[in-house]
Design a protein around this ligand. Structure first.
Ligand SMILES: Cc1cc2nc3c(=O)[nH]c(=O)nc-3n(C[C@H](O)[C@H](O)[C@H](O)COP(=O)(O)OP(=O)(O)OC[C@H]3O[C@@H](n4cnc5c(N)ncnc54)[C@H](O)[C@@H]3O)c2cc1C
Length: 464
């Protein structure tokens, strides 16, 4: 059916009320545009989610904020939401090659040769990432060669000691919730480039795990939804189809009458795009990109104890293990709480192994890892909470979308390209802090600017 531009109900329809969708909507509302945000879940926040453990509010999804995440910090400041530093006083633990060791600072207690090689390879990776353009990593000299390799294949060729390879695999899992064999070397470097380095991605102080929000990160998505205006939000309404013609876009689904808009912004992860019926079909490279951008695999768990007993033993609560399945681990105790909480992840292959098991089996495996690392006191938690993101229908995995070899060079250049009147946001499309809430906010702002320019151009075209 052909529609006229005058029958548009709103200027812009935003699909998805995660941080990207809400940030786009906020900017459009501020510019005086009529906006509707349509969200499949019955809540805002997408990959952030509130939970409770031992009576304390915790984040079941995204949690930390880095020093450079200025948009997220500005949002918190506007709402008087304070941060607290991630607790890191004391020694860290590493389980490596069958033994558990304590260490202080950044240098883990592993054999010297492996340590020297890890340092060398980290520096090389930092240099390679810094040489890429953040907005067009596919255009770099040698990009095709890097995009032919998985991280695993590259490490196998360039790292000799098994210890350094194992340590790098722990870092890859921690950042991508994927195995090194799953992702392209070029994608790995581009993701690092977007956050200013690998060290900032894996660090607490000065890095992506530096601070948490009092009351949880999810509360900031609620604050952002308030800024957009609740009357503009439709929750529990999965969009099923987008029909585009010369004058606008008709949005179908969620048991409501079709909604007509001049422009749409789709913020769902690339992997979920094929679930939307679109007419006309997505441009072929967009379709190919969506088919080749799977999500990572992660289960996040919080384990509560009567006290943070590890602190009394001079431990920070931070730990990693090459055996798993629960690694990495951080002290997740909220400031001022009497109880202690250890927060950590099953990532990549470990998630795949445990997603189909019972919650009891997962809990037992998590506690077994904690007991090996922190001793017998860890065997007696008072509460446990988890969230399997691989099983979340409207995410399909987390933390973010990944790219296997030959994707970024073959399909990447269209990642931020509009398909007619449909524009794209979402942390996967971010130039800065891709994969993080900060990236989601940046992508929403960028898409809003793009749409405002397009709406102005549409208006000029109508007049002329
Ligand atoms: C366990 C975990 C830990 C993390 N840790 C951190 C961290 O510490 N710090 C950090 O910055 N980031 C972290 N992240 C990543 C961060 O949460 C994401 O980068 C960010 O939330 C993505 O926002 P987004 O708006 O791009 O996507 P989403 O949040 O995925 O938003 C997309 C929205 O679209 C909706 N949707 C999907 N399909 C449809 C449809 N058909 N119709 C309507 N709506 C639809 C979804 O329900 C969702 O709400 C973590 C994520 C997880 C899961």
């Amino acid at each position: 059916m052909q529609h006229d531009i005058s029958d548009a109900t709103v200027d812009v329809c935003v699909i998805g009320a995660g941080f990207a969708g809400l940030s786009a909507a906020r900017a459009l509302v501020a510019a005086g545009r009529a906006v509707r945000v349509i969200e499949a879940r019955d809540r805002v926040g997408g990959r952030t989610k509130p939970g409770m453990v031992a009576g304390h509010r915790v984040d079941l999804g995204g949690q930390w904020v880095g020093p450079d995440h200025r948009r997220l910090r500005a949002l918190a400041a506007r709402h008087g939401i304070a941060t607290e530093p991630q607790f890191e006083t004391g020694a860290k633990l590493i389980e490596f090659g069958g033994t558990v060791k304590r260490y202080e600072g950044l240098i883990p207690a592993i054999p010297l040769l492996a340590l020297i090689e890890t340092d060398r390879v980290m520096k090389r990776i930092e240099r390679m990432a810094a040489a890429l353009s953040a907005s067009a990593p596919w255009a770099a000299a040698g990009a095709a060669d890097l995009d032919r390799d998985t991280v695993d294949a590259w490490l196998a060729r360039h790292v000799r000691t098994a210890g350094a390879r194992a340590l790098m695999a722990i870092a890859v899992r921690a950042v991508f919730s994927a195995e090194p064999a799953e992702i392209s070397m070029l994608f790995f470097l581009a993701y690092i480039r977007a956050s200013g380095g690998l060290e900032p991605l894996i660090s607490v102080r000065g890095g992506a795990q530096q601070d948490r929000f009092r009351g949880g990160l999810h509360a900031l998505s609620e604050a952002l939804a308030d800024e957009v205006g609740r009357e503009r939000l439709r929750l529990g309404r999965p969009v099923a189809a987008l029909e585009q013609d010369a004058a606008g876009v008709t949005v179908h689904g969620g048991g409501e009458a079709p909604l007509r808009c001049r422009r749409a912004i789709v913020t769902v992860p690339l992997a979920l795009l094929p679930r939307l019926q679109v007419s006309p079909p997505w441009p072929s490279l967009r379709q190919g990109l969506a088919q080749r951008s799977p999500m990572g695999s992660v289960i996040k768990c919080h384990v509560a104890y009567r006290t943070p007993f590890w602190r009394a033993r001079g431990l920070s609560g931070e730990a990693v293990s090459d055996r798993g399945p629960f690694s990495p681990i951080f002290d997740g105790t909220p400031e001022g709480a009497g109880e202690g909480i250890l927060t950590g992840f099953l990532e990549g292959e470990a998630t795949r192994r445990f997603t189909a098991r019972t919650p009891e089996a997962r809990r037992a495996a998590v506690i077994a890892t904690l007991t090996r690392l922190f001793g017998p006191e860890a065997a007696h938690p008072i509460d446990y909470a988890e969230n399997d993101w691989l099983a979340e229908d409207w995410s399909g995995g987390c933390y973010a979308g990944l790219m296997a070899p030959a994707t970024l060079t073959g399909f990447g250049p269209v990642i931020r390209e509009a398909a007619g009147r449909i524009h794209f946001a979402g942390t996967e499309t971010a130039i800065e802090a891709t994969g993080y809430v900060e990236g989601a906010l940046e992508s929403g702002e960028r898409a809003a600017i793009e749409v405002l320019a397009a709406l102005n151009q549409d208006a000029l075209n109508t007049v002329s």
